[in-house]
Ligand binder design. Structure first.
Ligand code: F6P
Length: 508
């Protein structure tokens, strides 16, 4: 992004600023939005991957404030000022990023262990991937305490609205309230919440629930997750839940429960998709993935995470090219796979299986010198990070996008695809197990566990009449234009009372 672009973007965001919105807002998450690295001796600032940071960065750009997060970049310490903070984004700074330094044991046991090998698979109900160790819990507590110290330091004895993000920081509301009981704290849980029959396997279930219930407001992606959380709080803590499942009382403290589906910056993606840079990138991108004229394109964009159902997607593509051989050579599926959590064994193994499966399918159905430039491969597998222009170019080009998560709190790729479909000609296929399927009802809803059914759905998408494709895409775009990430954050902040009349003095 050029400096000029950055400035234009910043103005666009600030023109949407809300009257009275807190500029002292403190957002807290484990993952930081920008990391610093040394590239050929030069200090560079890069965006990080994942739905949480890509959704919240535009929000902070609009509202300003402070984002407290783990300083995970190898050169992060070189970039901060004495208060451990740095102004971001680097091309036109609009908010403060306060970095938290974690000890290696906190990263290993707290983030990789308890968060990624215990809470993540439990919440996504992939129970054979749970790799619990008692020591992980101690490290998770230490990680949360480390964040609490940083947040309390940021407060400097004054109140400010605190908005905590996600499952890495479930104990943080409790720790903050213990130190400053009147301090308003809200938390957004980005991933699914399981029912009591699954949650019961977590040895520290009570502590996690109590840490969360210290918040004044807890928000989940869907009302189904709200109900599941309320049932757990009732069953395991004896907390009182009202009939509409929106207030929980535990040990004299009331917590409001709400459901708000996170979204994307619709205008940003839509404008980007029309930008002249994207047109140039489109031609290059077609070349890169070997799409000769007339070949149609399917697209998947995912972190290399087992919850995204990549293997099931490839089995379905295998079934598709077996059942419908007429599509060999005329349809290519482009899979962008962004490496993630590669220090965790389950993720490393998953990546190996994925690579091997792609290789097998390409060998089975590919034609000509398919390892060379002239041949055709059913799956073009691109493992690695991808820049924003290329990503948007792929979104705009793709005749269909496929989201096949086996379980997913929301899935923002689905929403980014719709926002980038300015020609309104593409088809979205989305798993019934992804939160976004509840909202994007004009998409083709698929079952990732049924490869033949999914193969047929791909064929139907490719053969769907143009008029119907446009009607569906237009409806989803109209929905997302109003239900964008800015509407989401406004709703969450309002739910939490972080800028209500009574909290004006708090919000500043
Ligand atoms: O959206 C869920 C989430 O776990 C975020 O909390 C996280 O930042 C993102 O996925 C990517 O994962 P990680 O931070 O472990 O790389």
């Amino acid at each position: 992004m050029t400096q000029k672009d950055g400035e234009k973007e910043r103005q666009a965001f600030s023109s949407r600023s809300l009257k009275g919105v807190p500029s002292r807002l403190i957002v807290v998450s484990n993952r930081e939005p920008y990391e610093h690295r040394r590239l050929k001796g030069r200090l560079v600032c890069q965006r990080t991957d994942g739905g949480l940071t890509s959704a919240l960065d535009p929000v902070l750009r609009r509202l300003g404030g402070t984002w407290v997060a783990w300083g995970s970049g190898e050169a992060d310490r070189e970039a901060v000022s004495p208060g451990n903070s740095v102004e971001v984004p680097s091309e036109s700074p609009v908010y403060r990023l306060r970095r938290v330094w974690l000890e290696p044991e906190e990263v290993k046991g707290g983030y990789r262990g308890y968060a990624n090998e215990v809470l993540w698979p439990i919440c996504h109900i992939t129970l054979d991937r749970v790799a619990y160790r008692k020591a992980f819990w101690d490290a998770y507590c230490a990680l949360n305490r480390r964040f609490a110290d940083a947040v309390l330091d940021e407060l400097r004895g004054q109140q400010a609205p605190i908005w905590v993000q996600d499952f890495h920081l479930a104990l943080l509301p409790g720790l903050i309230k213990k130190a400053v009981p009147d301090q308003p704290v809200a938390l957004f849980w980005h991933i699914p919440w399981p029912g009591p029959e699954v949650f019961r396997i977590l040895p520290e279930g009570r502590e996690i629930l109590e840490g969360l219930l210290a918040a004044d407001c807890l928000t989940f992606q869907t009302s189904g997750y709200v109900r599941a959380f309320a049932e757990c709080a009732h069953q395991f803590l004896g907390a009182e839940v009202n009939a509409s499942h929106d207030i929980i009382e535990h040990q004299g403290h009331r917590t409001r429960l709400t459901a708000r589906a996170i979204s994307v910056d619709f205008r940003f993606f839509s404008d980007r998709a029309r930008a002249s840079e994207v047109k140039g990138v489109k031609a290059l991108a077609r070349l890169r993935v070997g799409l000769t004229p007339g070949v149609r394109m399917g697209l998947g964009v995912d972190r290399l995470d087992y919850t995204k159902g990549l293997l099931k997607r490839f089995w379905a593509l295998d079934a598709f090219f077996t059942r419908y051989p007429q599509y060999r050579g005329t349809f290519t599926f482009v899979q962008v796979a962004v490496p993630t959590r590669s220090e965790v064994e389950a993720y490393r193994r998953y990546r190996e299986v994925i690579r091997h499966t792609v290789w097998e399918i390409n060998n089975r159905h590919g034609s000509g010198a398919h390892h060379g430039a002239e041949g055709w491969r059913p799956i073009q597998y691109l493992e690695g990070r991808i820049d924003l222009y290329t990503l948007v170019a792929y979104y705009r080009m793709a005749d269909l996008a496929l989201v096949s998560s086996v379980y997913d709190g929301m899935n923002l790729v689905a929403k980014e695809y719709v926002a980038s479909q300015v020609d309104e000609a593409g088809v979205l296929l989305i798993s019934q197990m992804a939160g976004a399927a509840d909202e994007l009802t004009e998409a083709t809803i698929i079952n990732p566990y049924d490869p033949e059914g999914l193969a047929d759905a791909i064929k139907e998408a490719l053969e769907m009449p143009e008029e119907e494709r446009r009607r569906r895409m237009r409806a989803m775009r109209a929905y997302l234009e109003t239900h964008d990430v800015h509407a989401w954050v406004d709703d969450c902040i309002r739910d939490a009372g972080l800028r209500s009349e009574s909290a004006q003095d708090v919000c500043g």
